[in-house]
Ligand binder design. Structure first.
Ligand code: SF4
Length: 213
């Protein structure tokens, strides 16, 4: 028999409780000190590990301390500092355009509303949710490839479209836990429920997972 939404909600609470105990210190893995730094780091994290991003951002943040500095920068200068994160020409272009839009429309400040953030070049819902949840204290549910894969394995969605999954999960996860839930699942995807080789035998939430092997 298919689980009802109420049953799913109860299971989600148990998953959150168990993963919080398993990963008590989990937080945003991208180093940042302000909203702009997190926005830039999140743009750089596309198709790249957080570890690699954290290696390039200290020099980048030092050279470009605010949106105006990025907006005025020559693309090649930014490219030179972010080359190792891959797709560096596109990323440099997006960072510059994003910064120019910040200067033009938001006085150089990162806005704290989803509808404003997603208007910025290179910023989709995932990036906007990361920024909202981690620097503005506005609950956000970033959906990346780990979130898509693991929530399907957990039977909490049958979709593969990030925006639709975000909507479904926001119904199942308490609002105050949205940001944490995403961190915990992404961390679990790196530590235990690894793509193509999930370690079900040692998985802390195996009793809550219909896909355990
Ligand atoms: S039981 Fe296996 S498939 Fe389910 S979450 Fe754990 S590692 Fe992933």
């Amino acid at each position: 028999m298919r689980e009802t939404q109420e049953q799913q909600k109860k299971r989600v609470l148990k998953i959150i409780r168990t993963l919080r105990k398993t990963y008590p210190d989990v937080k945003c893995a991208l180093d940042h000190k302000n909203p702009l730094e997190l926005l830039v780091a999140t743009i750089l994290s596309a198709q790249c590990t957080d570890k690699r991003v954290n290696m390039v951002t200290p020099a980048l943040f030092k050279k470009y301390p605010n949106a105006k500095a990025y907006a005025r920068a020559k693309p090649q200068e930014i490219e030179g500092l972010i080359r190792s994160t891959g797709f560096y020409q596109n990323k440099a272009r997006n960072i510059r355009l994003m910064a120019q839009a910040l200067v033009k429309k938001f006085s150089g400040e990162v806005p704290a509303r989803m509808e404003d953030l997603v208007q910025l070049p290179g910023v989709g819902r995932k990036t906007a949710n990361v920024v909202l949840g981690n620097v503005f204290g506005v609950p956000g549910m970033p959906v990346d490839t780990h979130m898509i894969r693991i929530n399907n394995l957990l039977g909490l969605t049958r979709r593969h479209d990030a925006v639709k999954i975000e909507t479904e999960l926001c119904r199942l996860v308490p609002r105050k836990d949205w940001t944490d839930y995403s961190h915990l699942i992404i961390h679990h995807g790196r530590a235990r429920c690894i793509a193509r080789r999930p370690d079900c035998a040692r998985c802390e939430i195996r009793l809550l997972c219909p896909s355990k092997k």
